[in-house]
Design a protein around this ligand. Structure first.
Ligand code: GTP
Ligand code: MG
Length: 403
């Protein structure tokens, strides 16, 4: 299609032609012989104009050739993993980087993709393997005098330190989740309180339907904001009230569900009364007095609410945005490595269970050593060092085609 190949790793300008010699497009060709390529295999890149028509035509011509097919979702990353170019944490982080919307997401993904997290888990795994080797040596040479008993004391002391480090790392779960998936904010309150108007004001666009009729919103309406580099997922919900239709009732059920999963709940009220027993205990709840432009100056109990604003005039909206930004910064800021995904958390939790079991002095040494092995195996699964065939499909299928 492009004539001869340029020298390795040098961009060569070429005219791309179809089988009849007719020009399809002009652009650059890169020739990257393996193993020094992303996948580790021989690779050629065509840099073309990105219109649908050009891309369709070029892919059409390429796939007519014998043995050529389109890549499956995540196939390039999967080949890179299989050829040892990436470990699993790095491959997942690459997926995150490709879909990153905000600066915090990008930074988090780059950190993981760069291998800092993998290095931490590898270090822990090595310590566990070392500990197991020492304990097994003690078992094997129990009759001999030259294995000092203090070795095993040292090993268990180190394992206790490791268990603490693991716990601290796992505390970072929420931080990792907020950085990766965004701070979840739910807007709740009575019908007509001005929740949808507030969402629209914060999002800067007409996302949700607004009307003077109570019970307008039923489905959850989301807006994704970039506040100070952090992704904030705002959710507008159905107004809370009793004695409503089945459909509105379902909306209310979803509203409460969403609030219980949120990091922050904005409880909106136009009257300044914030009584509702339905709000969950877990998330932080801020009271927001809406429609400040309709209030009689000074007469109403403004002090009662955490924030007072008018989405109609914009008064007070910036103060709320600033506060939510600080909240995101507070929850997701910091420089310690944090677990990025549920998959990692699951293996970390299993690792911790085995590690704690290994510390139990009631168990025979053989079993304690076995728990150390199982603990190290869990860490190996995070980075993909240990039987991972079964999870590969799940991870790489989340990539888009051609990545
Ligand atoms: N004057 C004034 N009116 C507002 C303000 N915010 C909302 N409204 C009006 O209040 C009415 C209800 O607003 P919505 O945003 O639809 O209220 P909601 O809380 O989403 O209501 P439901 O979806 O029914 O629960 C609409 O007529 C809005 O125009 C405000 O700050 N000032
Ligand atoms: Mg609404």
């Amino acid at each position: 299609m492009c004539g001869d190949l340029p020298s390795p790793r040098e961009a060569g300008f070429r005219v791309f032609r179809d089988g009849n010699g007719l020009e399809v497009d002009r652009g650059y060709v890169l020739w990257l012989p393996g193993p020094a390529s992303f996948t580790g295999e021989d690779c050629v890149e065509f840099h073309l104009h990105g219109s649908r028509a050009v891309v369709d035509r070029v892919l059409g011509l390429a796939t007519q050739m014998d043995g050529v097919r389109l890549a499956e979702a995540g196939e390039f990353a999967r080949r890179a993993f299989v050829n040892g170019k990436l470990d699993l944490v790095e491959a997942e982080a690459l997926g995150d980087l490709i879909s990153a919307e905000t600066e915090a997401q990008r930074r988090f993904a780059v950190e993981l993709a760069g291998g800092a997290q993998s290095a931490l888990y590898e270090d822990w795994r090595t310590r566990l393997l070392h500990a197991r080797a020492m304990i097994e040596a003690e078992i094997d040479f129990a009759d001999e005098d030259d294995v000092p008993g203090s070795v095993s004391d040292q090993v268990w002391a180190d394992m206790r330190t490791l268990a603490d480090a693991l716990s601290r790392h796992m505390y970072g779960e929420r931080r990792g989740r907020i950085m990766r998936s965004g701070l979840q904010v739910a807007i709740v309150g009575a019908p007509n309180a001005g929740k949808s108007t507030l969402l629209n004001a914060l999002a800067g666009s007409d996302r949700a339907i607004v009307s003077p009729e109570p019970g307008t919103t039923r489905d959850i309406v989301e807006a994704r904001l970039d506040l100070g580099g952090f992704l904030v997922v705002l959710a507008d919900t159905a107004g809370l009230r009793d004695g409503v239709s089945v459909i509105e009732g379902e909306g209310i059920r979803r509203a409460i569900q969403r609030a219980s999963e949120a990091d922050l709940v904005l409880h909106v009220s136009e009257t300044g009364l914030f009584e509702t027993s339905e709000l969950p205990d877990g998330p932080s709840i801020w009271t927001v007095r809406s429609k400040a432009d309709l209030m009689d100056d000074g007469v109403t109990a403004v002090e009662a609410a955490d924030y007072t604003l008018s989405a109609a005039t914009g008064d007070g909206v910036n103060a709320l945005v600033a506060a939510v930004t600080d909240f995101a910064q507070d929850r997701a800021g910091g420089s310690d490595l944090a677990p990025g995904r549920a998959r990692h958390m699951q293996h970390l939790a299993n690792c911790k269970t085995h590690l704690i079991d290994s510390l139990s002095e009631q168990l025979p040494l053989e079993l304690r050593a076995e728990h150390l092995r199982l603990a190290s195996e869990q860490l190996g699964r995070i980075t993909g060092r240990i039987d991972v065939e079964d999870i590969l499909g799940t991870i790489f299928s989340q990539f888009c085609i051609g990545k």
